[in-house]
Write a protein that binds this ligand. Structure first.
Ligand code: PEP
Ligand code: MN
Length: 664
């Protein structure tokens, strides 16, 4: 059963309740959620629920109806999010694990680790004890293989995962792996589940070849009941009558399990298909269906792999998969997880606290701390969890706040979002040091540039763009909790929000449409008015923020609606990591071909221009500033030379920032 605690319960009250439940034979686990704290009490003990309900400090008691308790959503409403070394699993992130089926030699795993880390994997896989169908097939390198795996992971700051096939291997594996993998063939090896569960370590539990979803969740329950907390479920295909692929990926298990359980669900497209050319589309399908991550087999020379070669990707195929996932992730409201030294901006807190120079961090990727060290050292983890203050324009719950939360969350930074009334206030807050960063919408894929912000960028030359992010704009109709769509008479939202939902609104021509100063503010107004006939147009997350009801989801006319935001900071803090884009602004002399000459320099230097925007210069009628986004070439010198040459031709040239682009 779930025992929801009263908000003000004291530690003493909690201890008394725990003692009462344990005395009755229940195992008790405390879960502290955002909105409530609960005790999960598990055990097959007959008890009158009213007895528990009447206990001091208890708000309510909810029986768990499912056979699995700790794994169920009833037990824990929020998605489980946990840390494996530097990698956060669950939530809005997409975590990609890659590596060979088996560790074959030190060289092979070292080479593979470098390849997959370079393409963006955040964890390294590699089997050392292989459960093979044939006893004559390669069985793995055992302990030696795990030592190589650990060394390769540490070199790139990647936690490692490897399969455990026997309870006897726990002692060998404990210090060599970060995540224990329970293979499909062992999903119901209950002695193994109990032993691994008792290790209190992260576990990936693959779905058995012929296991139902309920059996799979019951296997997870074994792990949880014996002490494990951080479990990744992995759908890797089940046996069906189909023979063309090795297994059949049960794609619908992903949304089904995500509804039934709070545990993150991954997809293994390699074992699901058994064929490398099917891995990419099936992996993408997994992401589209809501998977929290993928585990993929990659080898420098798959044709020579000692196991599972036909399903193993070539390095360039894996690179393509990562790019496609990156392009797809905003559509499904996710961001691809990155290792700390590959994240888009240097954590500001680290720069300030340690006095390390940013360029050292940029250069010193090999200095990345080993995941096990970070995991075992809460002090080290705490350094990155100090809140960064980020200013945004709009009321709380605005699209800008949704964007900044995703961006900084992916950077593993705790944020304090600071609502500001006007865009200029965002600049001022960053300049004065009141905020560490600011976030600004620069462009919408349907409406074009937000000119005010382009103009403001020029007026604050001490601020630099250090990052970029984009989110999908999905509007919903939001009313009071007791409203239904038939009650609505008036709809309020910001102008663009109304315009972007025109087709939907036209179908309700009896509604009065009123512009409001911003989308989130409109939801706040609906709440404050408490009027069932009033609705706002905004994001579903904004509805949740204000405790309002979504009356109709996705009402925007064009689903391909994205807004791109820039992240700003003061120049002295500006350190973008792995930047691949620059924004440059300049004006030109008033002579024929002046702009053409500037463009020619970019063309001759092979600098790819991604956007050109012109804005009037304030106070100089009919003269313009040109804003240019250019892709940074492999060698930075090529860009620097281009800028030097451009300076000779253009006027007032200014580099507004170097950053990692988020564009598809
Ligand atoms: C593996 O990951 O290499 C493996 C053997 O997977 P599964 O248990 O899903 O077959
Ligand atoms: Mn394999």
């Amino acid at each position: 059963m779930v025992v929801v605690l009263e908000h003000g319960i004291s530690d003493h009250g909690k201890a008394a309740l725990r003692a009462f439940l344990e005395q009755r034979g229940f195992t008790v686990r405390e879960v502290v959620g955002e909105s409530e704290t609960i005790f999960g009490a598990v055990g097959h003990i007959p008890i009158d629920l009213r007895e528990v309900e009447m206990h001091p400090g208890v708000a309510k008691v909810v029986p768990i109806t499912k056979p699995y308790k700790l794994a169920s959503r009833e037990f824990k409403h929020e998605d489980s999010v946990f840390q494996v070394g530097p990698v956060k699993v669950g939530g809005n992130r997409l975590v990609v694990i890659a590596g060979p089926c088996a560790v074959e030699s030190r060289d092979q795993i070292m080479e593979t680790a470098a390849i997959v880390a370079d393409s963006g994997a955040v964890m390294l896989r590699g089997g050392a004890y292989k459960p093979r169908t044939s006893p004559y097939a390669f069985q793995g390198l055992g302990r030696e293989g795990l030592e190589y795996l650990k060394e390769a992971g540490e070199r790139h700051g990647m936690p490692v995962i490897s399969e455990i096939v026997s309870p006897n291997h726990v002692d060998v594996m404990r210090d060599l792996v970060d995540v224990f993998q329970i293979g499909a063939r062992n999903m119901q090896n209950f002695e193994l589940l109990k032993t691994v569960g008792a290790e209190h370590r992260p576990v990936m539990l693959k779905r058995g070849l012929a296991a139902t979803i309920e059996e799979w969740l019951m296997a997870a329950e074994y792990l949880l009941a014996h002490g494990a907390e951080d479990i990744i479920l992995c759908e890797r295909g089940i046996r069906t009558f189909e023979t063309y692929t090795r297994n059949s990926l049960d794609i619908s298990s992903i949304p089904v399990v995500k509804k039934l359980s709070h545990l993150p669900v991954f997809v293994d497209p390699s074992h699901a298909t058994g064929l490398r050319e099917k891995v990419l589309p099936v992996g993408l399908a997994g992401v589209a269906a809501g998977a929290d991550g993928l585990i993929v087999e990659v080898h420098p020379e798959p044709d020579k792999a000692l196991s599972d070669g036909p399903q193993t990707l070539f390095p360039e195929q894996f690179e393509k998969l990562m790019r496609d996932i990156e392009a797809m992730s905003p559509v499904v409201g996710r961001e691809v997880a990155r290792l700390p030294h590959r994240r888009r901006i240097v954590p500001l807190g680290r720069l300030i606290r340690t006095g390390e120079s940013g360029s050292d961090i940029l250069a010193g990727t090999s200095e990345a701390p080993g995941p096990s060290a970070a995991a075992g050292n809460p002090a080290a983890a705490a350094t990155d969890t100090e809140a960064v203050r980020v200013a945004f324009q709009g009321a709380r719950g605005a699209y800008s706040e949704i964007a900044l939360t995703r961006y900084f969350d992916l950077n593993e930074q705790v944020v304090e979002a600071m609502s500001r009334r006007h865009f200029r206030d965002v600049f001022e807050s960053v300049l004065s040091g009141e905020a560490d960063y600011g976030i600004l919408p620069l462009e919408n894929s349907l409406m074009g540039s937000i000119h005010e912000n382009y103009d403001l960028l020029l007026q604050y030359p001490d601020l630099q763009i250090v990052g970029e992010t984009q989110i999908r704009i999905q509007h919903s109709l939001i009313g009071t909790p007791d409203a239904s769509i038939d009650d609505i008479k008036t709809v309020i939202s910001q102008g663009p929000g109304i315009e972007q939902c025109r087709d939907f609104l036209d179908r309700h021509d009896d509604w009065e449409i009123q512009p409001f100063y911003d989308t989130a503010g409109a939801v706040a107004r609906v709440r404050d008015a408490g009027d069932r006939t009033l609705a706002a147009i905004a994001h579903v997350q904004t509805a949740a923020y204000y405790g309002m009801k979504v009356l109709r989801e996705s009402i925007e006319t064009n689903a391909r609606n994205y807004t791109r935001f820039a992240i700003l900071t003061r120049e002295e803090n500006a350190e973008a990591r792995d930047p691949d884009m620059a924004t440059v602004v300049f004006s030109t002399p008033d002579t024929p071909g002046a702009l053409f000459q500037c463009m020619q320099i970019l063309a001759e230097r092979d600098l790819n221009m991604k956007k050109l925007e012109s804005r009037p210069i304030h106070g100089e009628p009919w003269r313009y500033m040109f804003y240019v986004d250019v892709e940074l070439p492999e060698t930075r010198q090529q860009f620097t030379d281009g800028i030097t040459e451009l300076e000779a031709v253009a006027r007032d040239l200014h580099v507004l920032g170097l950053f990692r682009s988020s564009r598809m």
